[in-house]
Design a protein. Structure first.
Length: 410
């Protein structure tokens, strides 16, 4: 019998298993798929050391109006999502007030700023340096006005949190990225981020490291979790297991797992889609055109084109309407080549209404822990919140008690 079961082998669960193992715990890591095949597979691969401020919900009326009318291709929604998402969206709107957002950003900055360093130790130990680039990303601006506004806004954020920003003229951008066919007024480059050319492979490499260090990874679909005498039993397709502690790191599926125990974890489900392209020209660095939607990511699998957010109910059928527009817009400034996959990938960012991950013990049950709700930056934050949770589990202390589920009444 293991000491701890970690349920979910995405970036969060695998990192948690490693952090607990490093503290001498005997850990069983369970997932229904191979490690890193869900949300942690299809993301942008950015390790966002620069993400000091989490993504707030737009609050000005014209932006909200454009979202309501589905004029903003960055954010899409469907009517069937509203019954399950309305309350979480209202809370998200409330927490996005400027003063509240700034308060939350202090914690967010503290955890994202250390994230590249927390990854680096694991990257080295896992032998995964070949899929890491010491490069952040760029935003390009087509007009001088847009560039002036974008640069001023970015500089304000950089000054507030001490971030490294490089400003490129249109000529400098053209020299750095000859693949861009549009003439830009300029670009900004965030230099505190690093990136990964194959996010799913990095999670797999961390899982392999965990296994090499003596940990066990089991493929099993867990159908129920239940308290037993002094611990927990999980029932799965590969059988039942018991342990003193159970960590739930099941990303967007976590609310469903704890609901039968009486916990209601409200998430905003922001779905994203991607497709890969090959045979066109390729970029040196992750790039977004600020006048269009979508993000371009050079990966080992081709150029990955990502959409913004689609607010969905859990399990909603794919509806990649944003992707078609993103692809058409992107072809205006780069030769993308041909589509690699017939169908786009999709995954739901597990976003908390207050934009902070949920890391710590659930109140009504002994030995039941959450590490979830990492929203837009879970690939970044895996090793960091894993360290925080492992400290809390072993010492009862954490550097950021505000992240505990207690803040949500859970
Ligand atoms: C389009 C897009 C772009 C993104 N870009 C970035 C980025 O550039 N940088 C960044 O930091 N973040 C990014 N993110 C966010 C990031 O991908 C997520 O926050 C992160 O992957 C969440 O990790 P996780 O381990 O919590 O969830 P997941 O990776 O989804 O892992 C959860 C695991 O739990 C397993 N599971 C669930 N239920 C069960 C069950 N009953 N039994 C067994 N196993 C179960 C699943 O199979 C899954 O493997 C992006 C997300 C999207 C969608």
């Amino acid at each position: 019998m293991a000491d701890v079961i970690v349920l979910g082998a995405g970036m969060i669960g695998v990192s948690t298993a490693l952090a607990l193992q490093a503290r001498g715990r005997d850990v069983l890591l369970i997932d229904r798929k191979a490690p890193g095949r869900e949300t942690s597979y299809g993301n942008g691969g950015l390790i966002h050391g620069e993400a000091a401020e989490p993504h707030p919900m737009p609050r000005d009326l014209s932006a909200l109006w454009n979202i309501a009318l589905r004029r903003d291709n960055n954010i899409h929604w469907t009517f069937d999502a509203l019954p399950s998402q309305a309350r979480a969206l209202f809370d998200y709107w409330w927490h996005s007030q400027p003063a509240r957002h700034m308060e939350l950003s202090k914690t967010y900055h503290a955890i994202t700023a250390r994230s590249p360093a927390d990854h680096r130790g694991l990257i080295e130990a896992a032998g995964a340096s070949d899929i890491i680039r010491d490069k952040g990303y760029r935003n390009g601006f087509g007009s001088k006005d847009g560039f002036d506004r974008g640069r001023a806004a970015a500089q304000a954020v950089a000054d507030r949190w001490g971030l490294k920003l490089r400003v490129l003229s249109g000529d400098e951008l053209a020299a750095a990225e000859p693949a861009l066919t549009r003439r830009y007024a300029g670009a900004i480059e965030w230099q505190d981020a690093i990136s990964c050319t194959d996010p799913g492979a990095l999670v797999q490499a961390y899982a392999d490291l965990f296994a090499r260090r003596g940990g066990t990874v089991e493929k099993s679909e867990i159908s129920a979790i239940a308290p037993i005498g002094k611990g927990w039993r999980v029932h799965g397709s590969a059988g039942a297991h018991e342990a003193a502690d159970l960590v739930l790191a099941a990303g967007p599926w976590t609310p469903r797992l704890i609901a039968p125990l009486g916990y209601r974890l409200r998430m905003v489900r922001k779905r994203g889609y991607h497709l890969h392209f090959k045979g066109g020209t390729s970029l040196d660095m992750i790039f977004a055109d600020a006048d269009r939607t979508g993000v371009l990511i050079p990966t080992r699998l081709g150029t990955r084109l990502l959409t913004g957010a689609q607010v969905v109910r859990e399990g909603a059928a794919p509806n990649p309407v944003q992707l078609a527009k993103v692809e058409a817009q992107t072809r205006e400034f780069i030769d993308l080549g041909r589509r690699v996959e017939a169908q786009p990938w999709h995954g739901d960012r597990p976003c908390m209404p207050d934009m902070l991950p949920v890391v710590g013990a659930l109140s009504k049950h002994r030995g039941l822990w959450l590490n979830t709700g990492h929203g837009h930056q879970g690939f970044t934050l895996g090793p960091t919140t894993a360290e925080l949770l492992a400290d809390d589990m072993l010492t009862g202390q954490t550097a950021h008690p505000v992240l505990r589920p207690a803040r949500l009444g859970l």
